[in-house]
Design a protein around this ligand. Sequence first.
Ligand code: ZN
Length: 203
Amino acid sequence: MKIFCIGRNYADHVKEMGNEIPDEPVIFMKPKSALIQNHTPFYYPEFTNELHYECELVVRISKNGKYIQEKHAANYYNAISVGIDFTARDIQNQLKQKGLPWEKGKSFDNSASVGNFVDLVPSTNKKNINFSLSKNDEVVQKGNTKDMIFSIDAIVADISKYFSLNIGDLIFTGTPAGAGECIVGDSLEGFLENNSVFKLEIK
Ligand code: ZN
């Protein structure tokens, strides 16, 4: 399975990071070894001093496809959850400044945490899904898919121009404003609408 991530997909997060609004989806990937699920704890990596959470809606691919048209994209995924795109921000910034790839700061072991998946039903309005993240029981990030620069369907179509999508692949669809630092001892809990889908501790 593959893990795709979309960068800069919410205008308020693009602004807080001092980046420009992209004119096409910003795509990067994480390897399978990045995935943590089932409430497994996250161990603070020794190579960073600035670990950030980015709470994101995660989409699970349910049908193999390539060159998927946007109007047909909804047939290729059937479940969503909330996850964290863990980022070693200090490492990422150093690499960005040098114009180098981000992987060391973005794609390290356990950097993609995902909660329990919820099946999409025909009545789900995919342009109005709320998700949020609490740190130590205080809400630190709130997002709604209506604020995405590129919709889920547009993202699926764009990724599939370059990469085959296969059953089980995951797409992290970008973080809204409020991405921030976490330290050892913090507890992070993700919510899809008002339902908790994961809780993990930074150890
Ligand atoms: Zn992200």
